[in-house]
Structures are given as C-alpha cells and as structure tokens.
Design a protein around this ligand. Structure first.
Ligand SMILES: Cc1cc2nc3c(=O)[nH]c(=O)nc-3n(C[C@H](O)[C@H](O)[C@H](O)COP(=O)(O)OP(=O)(O)OC[C@H]3O[C@@H](n4cnc5c(N)ncnc54)[C@H](O)[C@@H]3O)c2cc1C
Length: 392
C-alpha cells in the first residue's frame, strides 16, 4: 500500500473513499504477475468503471465523482500496486471521459459519457504517429473541412488502449503552415468509415496497456465531434500530458515500493555467511538508496499534483517529478533484483515485470530528455525575462 505522504489531508472523505476503492480493487482484482488478454482486460475495465474509478474527475452532474487531480493521482498509485499496465489503461480511458465532459458538444456528451462511465465504450488519446513522437507538432495527420464536418487522413502509433478502444481523441493538423496553432482535437469512433485498427504491439513492459495504432483514410466526422477547435488543440494536449506526467511519476513510485518490499522480505529471510543478506552493508545501503529515491519520487509527484489542483503553472513541477521517477525507478528495481540474487529475476518475484513497466513509463507522456528540455527552457525563459526587466 502506498504511503500517502504529507499531502494526505487534502482528500475529502468522498475522495478518500475513491482511493480506498482503488486499494481494494488492486488487492482483490489485480495481480502484477498475471497476464491480461483482451477479454479479461475489458472485463476488469468494466468492473473498475462500476467501482467509480473511471469517473474521478468527471463532474457529479454528469455521473462522475467531481474529485480532484490529486485523487486521480492517488487512485493511479494504488491501482499500480495491483497492475501498473491496467492502471495506465484505465486512467487513459478516464481522461477521455473527463475531457468530453469538460469540452465536448452536448450531443457528444449525451452519446458518450454514460457508456464510457459504464465501460461499454473505451477511450484513448492519440497523439503519437509512426514518424513523430516527441515532436508532436510535426504530426502528419491532416483534417480538412468538408460537408459540415471534417475529413481526417493519417495514422497514429503507440496508443494505449488502441487495441480495443472505440472512442479515439485524435489530434490532427488543420493548417500545416500554422504549426502548433493549426492542431485540433477530434473524436473518432472505431465504427467510422475510414478507420482501420493496426495490429497491437508486443513488447516487454507494455503488458496490460492495449498499445496499438490505427489508420484514417477519408474518415469524415461531424462538427459536433470536434473536441478542440484549431488553435486550442496543442495547448489542450499539452495540459493533458502535463497531468499525465504526474500520475505516471506516482505510479513509478508504486513500482519501486513493490520491488523494495519484495526485496526486504527476501533479504531479511535469506542468510549467507551466517547472517541475513540485508545486514551486509553493500546490500543494506543499496536498499537504503532505493528507499530514499522512493520517498523523493513520491514527494515530487504529490507536490506537483497539489500544484495542479491549486491552478498554478505545474509544467516544471510535473517535468521534474517524471524525470526524477524515470531516472531512478528502473535503477531502483534493478538494485532490488540484485539484492535477491537469482530469485530476483524469477517470474514469481514479479520484479522483471515492474522493471518493464518502469521502462515503458520512460516513453509515455514524454521521455526524460523532453523533461530536461521543459525544465531548461523554463529556466532560460525566466532568466531572459529578468534581464529584460533589468534593462528597462
Ligand atoms: C507503453 C507506451 C504507451 C504509450 N501510450 C501513448 C498514448 O496513449 N498516446 C500517445 O499519443 N502516445 C503514446 N505513447 C507514445 C509516446 O508518447 C512516445 O513514445 C514518446 O512521445 C516518444 O516518442 P518516440 O517514441 O517517437 O521517440 P522519438 O520522438 O523518435 O525520440 C527518440 C529519442 O530521441 C530523443 N529526443 C527526441 N527529441 C529530442 C530533443 N529535442 N532533445 C533530446 N532528445 C530528444 C527522445 O527522448 C528519444 O530518446 C506510448 C508509448 C509507450 C511506450
């Protein structure tokens, strides 16, 4: 169970109940060791929806819980104790419901929110393309006005839930000369003419995320499925990514905590040279490092979440939380594996799967290199502003 840290008090009783629901779901329904085929995954998604875990930030008037971002992060953290891939899949689904609730046309809201809250329709966010990931504004997917709606052409890759989703938030370029300002966000449905799902990816570390892609060819969608008009798409996408960085950072902390608990259990039971393994200074200090990084990861993530809920600019806080988690989670899990000797690499120990997810989380919602870019650009901007002020 994740330590809630010093920010625990910011949850209302209803929010606390959601977090406890996530804890129960993780304990009773999920296991980091079991693989998830698509029918099992969809069944779990519906059960999680039934437990209210897909409506965390959706307003109460629309059937959700109207809870804070911090609650979302805590739910992710708890679910990641059960199965980080599933937790990531569920929160991606949740985010589409929250976005439609916040920015969707009333008809879109009527058609989509209830089935998505029930888990009979599953959502995903599609930004990455086969030829562009970090450089989001370089996307090739195009949208052209036609017949009272838009025609989309292009393709997306590496999309969580794409293997089974039927509601896709697709970002497309409406005006290549305008760059980021031309990007808009559209809701595409799997049943739309011109939509074609690609094969899902198989790679270690993406277990339970349903990661896949799709192509769009002459795919016409009506005006009411424009979620973000040209001009607002880029900014909305970045706001979502920024929040995701924080819950991903918190989920990394859960992975490390599980690895640490497993390693502590093992190294305090197993003996060598007449003493417990954990009592060898080399092993004990290595686990002390893991515990310290874990605490720092959690503090950075929780503090960034509070910054988001306070409505303050959280770009740097989110980037730092994710960068720190990405820089340390995989190393920390490897240290735990090492402390357990050969047992650390067995499937039953579960550490290899935790390591896979920690690696996958280095790509989702921006790589550590892009986090560095965000942090340094912000510092340079501030210095330049200061210099300008001094010159005036
Ligand atoms: C498990 C998983 C789930 C995902 N889910 C989604 C999803 O739901 N939706 C979605 O849209 N995408 C998703 N992605 C895609 C993810 O967002 C991209 O992988 C990520 O943005 C990086 O893009 P890329 O893989 O194309 O790498 P590239 O952008 O091609 O980068 C390759 C390398 O170059 C580095 N690099 C690039 N630019 C710079 C720079 N300016 N300075 C320094 N280094 C740089 C990168 O850090 C990286 O190391 C997912 C990916 C994974 C692995």
């Amino acid at each position: 169970m994740s330590g809630a840290g010093p920010f625990h008090a910011t949850l209302s009783p209803a929010e606390q109940r959601l977090v406890e629901g996530a804890q129960r779901f993780a304990t009773d329904d999920l296991s980091p060791i079991t693989g998830l085929d698509i029918p099992t995954h969809l069944d779990l998604l519906r059960r999680a929806c039934h437990a209210g875990l897909a409506g965390i930030e959706v307003p109460q008037a629309m059937g959700g819980a109207g809870a804070s971002f911090y609650t979302r992060m805590r739910v992710c953290e708890e679910l990641a104790n059960g199965h980080a891939g599933f937790a990531f899949s569920l929160v991606n689904h949740h985010n589409i419901i929250a976005r439609v609730a916040q920015s969707g046309h009333p008809e879109l809201q009527r058609a989509m929110i209830a089935p998505m809250l029930a888990g009979t329709r599953v959502g995903c966010t599609a930004m990455t393309e086969p030829q562009s990931g970090s450089d989001f504004a370089a996307m090739q997917t195009r949208a052209v006005r036609s017949n009272g709606g838009w025609v989309l052409d292009g393709g997306k890759a590496w999309i969580t839930n794409a293997a089974f989703a039927d509601v896709f938030l697709v970002y497309a370029q409406t005006d290549p000369d305008a760059g980021a300002a031309g990007i808009a966000g559209f809701i595409v449905l799997a049943e739309d003419d011109g939509f074609k799902r690609s094969d899902a990816y198989t790679a270690s570390g993406i277990e339970g995320m349903g990661v896949g892609g799709f192509e769009l060819k002459d795919c016409w969608i009506p005006e009411e499925r424009v979620l973000y008009a040209p001009g607002s798409g880029f900014r909305s996408a970045m706001r979502g990514v920024n929040q995701a960085r924080v819950h991903v950072a918190a989920m990394n902390a859960s992975l490390v905590e599980q690895a640490l608990n497993t390693a502590l259990e093992y190294t305090t039971s197993r003996r060598a040279f007449n003493q417990k393994i954990a009592e060898f200074q080399g092993i004990g200090w290595s686990l002390a490092d893991v515990a310290t990084h874990l605490h720092a990861m959690r503090l950075l993530a929780h503090s960034a979440a509070c910054t988001i809920d306070a409505g303050e600019d959280a770009q740097v806080a989110a980037a730092m939380a994710k960068k720190y988690a990405n820089d340390h989670a995989a190393h920390a899990i490897l240290a735990c594996m090492q402390a357990m000797g050969a047992q650390g690499m067995t499937q039953e120990s579960g550490l290899a799967r935790l390591l896979g997810w920690a690696k996958a989380f280095c790509y989702t919602d921006g790589t550590p290199e892009m986090m560095n870019e965000r942090i340094i650009r912000n510092m340079l901007k501030r210095i330049n502003l200061k210099r300008k002020d001094a010159e005036m």
